[in-house]
Design a protein around this ligand. Structure first.
Ligand SMILES: [Zn+2]
Length: 167
């Protein structure tokens, strides 16, 4: 059910729900996060409180950041800097980590938190970049790294290309 300012109250049916900004406390694993001006829709008759989907989305990043902090996960900035340090763009890094491209973009924009295992994996790759080979089976799976193509002088020998190994 979606709620909107001015709607009649779905609980009592007598009052109307109005948008108010209120101090709201969120709890995650025993830790509290306070948002001073959280938008609530409050019934003017029974005082029941509702949150519109649109309003709750405004605080997705802030609450996800809180959740990451409690869980001790890498921040979006840390994820981006690990990816850049290893020389990947979002698409190729998502492919390496075997996660959807859109999901990975959400970790970097802070919309949703990465799993604990993915967090560990990124930390390991950051500390020991040579372990990328363990995932890729010793091949350089990053198409965005410098690729140099070499053709032999005599094309009848066939041609080949090689990728500079950066890892
Ligand atoms: Zn009501």
């Amino acid at each position: 059910m979606s709620f909107a300012n001015g709607m009649s109250c779905p609980v009592c049916g007598k009052g109307y729900i109005q948008r108010h900004l209120k101090r709201e406390e969120f709890e995650y694993k025993g830790q509290a996060k306070i948002i001073d001006d959280y938008p609530l829709l409050i019934c003017d008759a029974c005082e029941e409180e509702f949150v519109s989907a649109e309003d709750s989305r405004l605080f997705d990043k802030e609450l996800t950041a809180f959740q990451r902090k409690v869980d001790g996960l890498l921040t979006p900035d840390e994820i981006r800097s690990i990816r850049e340090k290893l020389g990947y763009n979002q698409t190729s890094f998502a492919r390496l980590l075997k996660v959807g491209e859109k999901n990975f973009a959400r970790y970097e924009t802070g919309v949703s938190p990465q799993s604990r295992y993915l967090d560990w994996l990124m930390r390991i790759l950051n500390d020991y970049p040579e372990t990328i080979k363990t995932i890729t089976g010793n091949r350089d799976s990053n198409p965005d790294k410098n690729i140099s193509v070499q053709y032999p002088n005599n094309l009848s020998d066939g041609f080949w290309f090689f990728r500079k190994s950066q890892i």
